[in-house]
Design a protein around this ligand. Structure first.
Ligand code: PPE
Length: 308
């Protein structure tokens, strides 16, 4: 069960958690007509808090809406302010933040017509996405029997609700088969991403990740690529076959929810030494320092706030 907080920002107001409800004929419930974000806020070492890359997440939310064709009734600045206000009213020093823009009730039928565009921002405490041990010991994953979206079937750059049925299929299959997560291959058979994560591999000290053409442009992916480059690692984007993952020295997932999670086994093959690799651990340590506000070089990624 999600750990409830007191208020959810809904269409411009702070609404008590239990009252943030919609009608069953909400368009988005029927046709997946919504876009969302996943953002995390962290409590920093100095006692303040920060929302990680809040502005970029909200830009991506507005971009997702633009791709699907929704006009969001709030500005970028209003969404940023609403997020900070919601964290504060809920007295959350650290949290997961879930903004959702969706087509509300009105007309039925595929055409969204003049149905209202509704916006909410929920915040709640959320621990390690793939289990407590995952960040330390790594997880077991399988290549999914489901294929990731073709770029002209679903809009892969939009974090659209409907797109996630594909993720749900991959995740439930992986869990039912005894794995922690699934890796989806793209329509050419190359590695795309996890059900809710981007993927990286390390070979001979070089870090590789699939091109962003068919995957979500993850902000954690972008952050880790910049961090790794700054640390002196070579980072390359390229097409990756699943066989290349099998023989990689290290493989890891990145995502707001998953943070930086090592992968220790893929399709019953041990990856590297079957535990978090050295480069993965270095990146994890340095990334968490940034998230905790301990690396001033990346202060521009942090939206700081304090609870009164
Ligand atoms: N790919 C997919 C398909 C994806 O859903 C996410 C985030 C990423 C990559 C990584 O993107 P970023 O968070 O910007 O680094 N998935 C969100 C939702 C997870 C969920 O179960 O809900 C998240 O991590 O918040």
């Amino acid at each position: 069960m999600v750990q409830q907080s007191e208020f959810i920002w809904f269409d411009g107001k702070q609404v008590p958690w239990a009252e943030a409800n919609v009608h069953v004929l909400t368009h988005a419930l029927h046709y997946g007509t919504g876009v969302f974000e996943g953002i995390r806020a962290y409590e920093c070492t100095d006692g303040s808090s920060e929302v990680f890359r809040l502005r970029e997440h909200m830009v991506r939310l507005l971009d997702s809406a633009k791709i699907i064709g929704f006009k969001v009734p709030y500005s970028l600045e209003e969404l940023i302010q609403a997020t900070e206000d919601t964290l504060k009213v809920n007295k959350l020093a650290g949290a997961y933040v879930r903004p959702l823009v969706f087509v509300g009730e009105g007309a039925m039928g595929v055409h969204p017509g003049n149905n209202p565009i509704r916006v909410c921002i929920a915040t709640w405490p959320w621990g390690a996405y793939l289990g407590e041990d995952a960040l330390e010991k790594g997880i077991r994953v399988k290549c999914s029997s489901y294929t990731r979206h073709h770029v002209n079937v679903m809009m892969t750059k939009a974090k659209a609700c409907g797109n996630y049925v594909n993720s749900v299929l991959a995740k439930t299959e992986a869990v039912a088969d005894g794995y922690d997560e699934g890796i989806l291959l793209d329509t050419t058979g190359h590695v795309a991403e996890g059900s809710g994560e981007n993927i990286f591999m390390v070979r001979d000290g070089v870090i590789y990740t699939p091109h962003i053409s068919q995957v979500l442009a993850g902000l954690t992916r972008d952050s880790v690529m910049q961090l790794a480059t700054d640390l002196g690692f070579e980072v390359r984007e390229m097409s990756i076959g699943r066989d290349m993952l099998y023989t990689a020295d290290e493989v890891f997932f990145t995502g707001t929810a998953a943070e930086l999670t090592p992968i220790r086994e893929i399709d019953r093959r041990q990856i590297g030494e079957g535990k978090a690799g050295e480069i993965t651990k270095t990146l994890q340590t340095e990334f968490f320092k940034i998230l905790k506000g301990d690396n001033p070089d990346y202060e521009h990624w942090l939206h700081r706030y304090t609870l009164d």
